[in-house]
Ligand binder design. Structure first.
Ligand SMILES: Cc1cc2nc3c(=O)[nH]c(=O)nc-3n(C[C@H](O)[C@H](O)[C@H](O)COP(=O)(O)O)c2cc1C
Length: 652
């Protein structure tokens, strides 16, 4: 075993520290409350800085949900007490450390002991522990101990220093007399008055106040410890300048921004009061939103496969399938279409494509687990309710199935994407995914995108002004939602909040829609936001063409299978994807003379649209076109459709 040499171990601090300062740090003692995401990392940071003594407190043990950010959380330390693990890690860095552990955590009864003889207090307490936090800071002020709080906020940090004789924690945050929920708000708005992180919080529902957990990143924790270590050095070595409270500091790596400001009246100032009250309202709303119910763990192979397969896409998230598990190897899928009430499915093609996607997904999921699916459509069931027998057989040697990894991540993105052209390797992978029997027509470049934008602008006019489409639009949107199990959440539609408000109002009655359309150019805003902007904002539009005309139910099902391979491949390549099927649907109604509306102008517009589409891809190709959409690079959408729970989809 190698011997420890204190001087050598910390010699690389020298230069930024003098030898005298390094020696002084060895004699300093720091109290850290909390050994989790920040507290644990704070301890290791200060140990490497050469601080010689610590008081550490935390009553918890390491658990799996700590792994994303807590320095001590590993497979080996699961279930072990945080103070013990962290003390061991710190002593591994400096065996001469003098560490006093408080494995019961801190409370009013041991506070004085915890703070006895310390030169600095560092806050690593849980965000949801405002009561004890206020108590420690109060006692630090009484004992003239400087205190630092540096929290991970998003992908950045917000921090405050409380120095003896300066503004106190209580004066700054004003927590006293407030409910727990209001104390959370006060702490957050005081810590981050500029709320830099708000703009990139993609899933606010992950903040669960009832269960006292929120999102947190390792980057935030590491940045927090970086600023804490620096401020600790300045305080302990009496270097300046310091900017203690009422100064606040935020550094956000994601926004690449540092903000420093002064809240002369702390949270009592007029702007902070306004922010607090907005925060209270938001918290009340959050507490009123039911937390997502976790899905039960699937029982047995068939349930496991279906739990994945049900993530297949379907028009307007209708999920036109129900599952009957006959036994461990035999499943019956009862499909249906929505032609009786959905104007976009009058021939059942959209539902059939979705069923094809479901079968493909099931087969991919099965293959990934070493099984083959034998799929047989029952020929005696009507076209409107196609039924499939699926029998599983175990493979002798499993084959890799890379598409399986993307089944749940694949989703629809209706927002503008980057215009960066498709990389050749992505194009090749996409075309190959379709297999023999299909090809792709790409519409890209300035001209291609513009022509598609024009086509979709015209197509949207039909969608928005045809009376028979109105009940569908009214029914498929779940308002004020980021997620929906059986419809489209409004936040996934690609419109901005004002546009959504207007649309919601308009969809309240057909009279409103008609009035807006007739007198106020009501189709313009949705057409620009939901059609033109995304049509111009993508790498390319595509049309998937079969090598023979698609007529029969089985052609659409086979087409749906190819589409799902294409879509999953896109997801695997990091591409975003949106179907644009309605032009093909209207063109099919025109060709096959399906009476989709009594509104004569819509029929005439559909005929014009069909000619426009023929001009874009050719008359023969249109007869064999299976699917259309757009594709491009960009971030995944924050809002998306979910699926009905498996129990609701089962009919056995
Ligand atoms: C056959 C079919 C047609 C679709 N047509 C459209 C469309 O025209 N426009 C659109 O934005 N999304 C369309 N979608 C996407 C669905 O709305 C989406 O798949 C469904 O809501 C589930 O959401 P997810 O794909 O995000 O999981 C279509 C999907 C399928 C399978």
């Amino acid at each position: 075993m190698s011997l420890f040499d204190h001087e050598l171990a910390f010699s690389r601090n020298l230069g930024w520290l003098t030898q005298t300062e390094q020696t002084l740090l060895k004699s300093r003692r720091v109290a850290i409350a909390g050994m989790g995401g920040v507290g644990g990392t704070h301890l290791l940071t200060l140990a490497r800085l050469g601080i010689g003594g610590f008081h550490i407190a935390d009553p918890d043990v390491f658990e799996l949900q700590n792994f994303n950010r807590q320095s001590g959380a590993t497979m080996q330390t699961q279930g072990q007490t945080k103070v013990q693990v962290m003390a061991d890690m710190a002593r591994d860095i400096n065996p001469e450390l003098d560490i006093r552990s408080f494995p019961e955590g801190i409370h009013a009864g041991n506070l004085d002991e915890f703070l006895e003889g310390v030169h600095l207090f560092v806050d690593g307490l849980d965000f949801f522990a405002p009561g004890i936090r206020a108590q420690v800071f109060r006692r630090c002020a009484e004992l003239q101990i400087p205190a630092i709080t540096a929290g991970p906020i998003g992908m950045g940090t917000a921090y405050l220093l409380f120095m003896p004789g300066g503004m106190s924690f209580d004066e700054y945050f004003r927590l006293e007399g407030e409910t727990n929920e209001r104390q959370y708000v006060n702490f957050l708005v005081g810590l981050t008055p500029s709320s830099l992180q708000r703009s990139y919080l993609v899933d606010p529902l992950r903040l669960n106040l009832a269960e006292q957990r929120g999102p947190s990143t390792i980057m935030g924790c590491r940045l927090a410890t970086g600023v804490m270590g620096t401020e600790a050095l300045k305080i302990l070595l009496q270097r300046g300048p310091l900017y203690p409270a009422p100064w606040f500091h935020t550094f956000d790596a994601y926004r690449m921004t540092y903000r420093r400001g002064k809240l002369r009246w702390g949270n009592r100032g007029p702007l902070q009061t306004l922010k607090r009250h907005l925060g209270y309202r938001q918290v009340a709303r959050l507490l009123g939103t039911p937390a997502p119910v976790p899905e039960p763990t699937p029982q047995g192979l068939m349930e496991e496969l279906l739990a994945l397969a049900r993530w297949a896409p379907s028009g307007d998230n209708t999920q036109p399938w129900r599952f009957e598990i006959r036994d461990t190897r035999h499943l019956v899928i009862h499909g249906f279409d929505t032609r009786d009430h959905v104007i976009y499915d009058l021939q059942g093609h959209a539902s059939q494509l979705a069923l094809g996607a479901l079968l493909e997904t099931l087969e991919i999921a099965a293959r990934a687990r070493g099984h083959d699916c034998q799929i047989q459509r029952r020929l005696d069931t009507p076209e409107t309710t196609p039924c499939f027998d699926i029998r599983l057989t175990t493979r002798d040697s499993p084959v890799p199935e890379p598409l399986a990894a993307h089944i749940k991540a694949r989703c629809t993105n209706r927002f503008p994407l980057s215009r960066k052209p498709l990389l050749p390797r992505d194009r090749v992978a996409l075309e190959a995914s379709l297999g023999a029997g299909y090809r792709v027509i790409w519409l890209e470049g300035r001209d291609g995108l513009r022509r598609m934008a024009r086509l979709l602008y015209d197509n949207a006019y039909i969608r928005l002004t045809t009376p028979e489409a109105y009940p569908v639009h009214r029914q498929i949107i779940q308002w004020n939602s980021q997620y929906s199990e059986d419809r489209l959440p409004d936040q996934a539609l690609g419109m901005d909040p004002l546009g959504l408000k207007l649309m919601r109002w308009a969809l309240g009655s057909w009279r409103r829609v008609h009035f807006l359309n007739t007198y106020l150019g009501g189709t313009l805003l949705p057409r620009l936001q939901m059609d033109v902007r995304p049509a111009l904002g993508c790498a390319a539009h595509f049309v998937i063409i079969a090598n023979k005309p698609v007529r029969h139910l089985d052609d659409h099902i086979a087409g749906g299978r190819a589409v799902q391979r294409f879509w999953l491949t896109a997801a695997g390549q990091g591409l975003q994807f949106q179907p644009e099927l309605t032009p093909l649907i209207f063109a099919s109604y025109v060709r096959e003379q399906v009476e989709f509306t009594r509104h004569q102008p819509s029929i005439e517009r559909a005929m014009r649209l069909t000619r426009e589409l023929q001009g874009l891809i050719g008359t023969d190709a249109l007869e064999s076109a299976v699917f259309m959409g757009r594709i491009g690079y960009g971030p995944a959408p924050a809002a998306r459709s979910l699926r009905l729970p498996l129990a609701a989809l089962r009919c056995d």
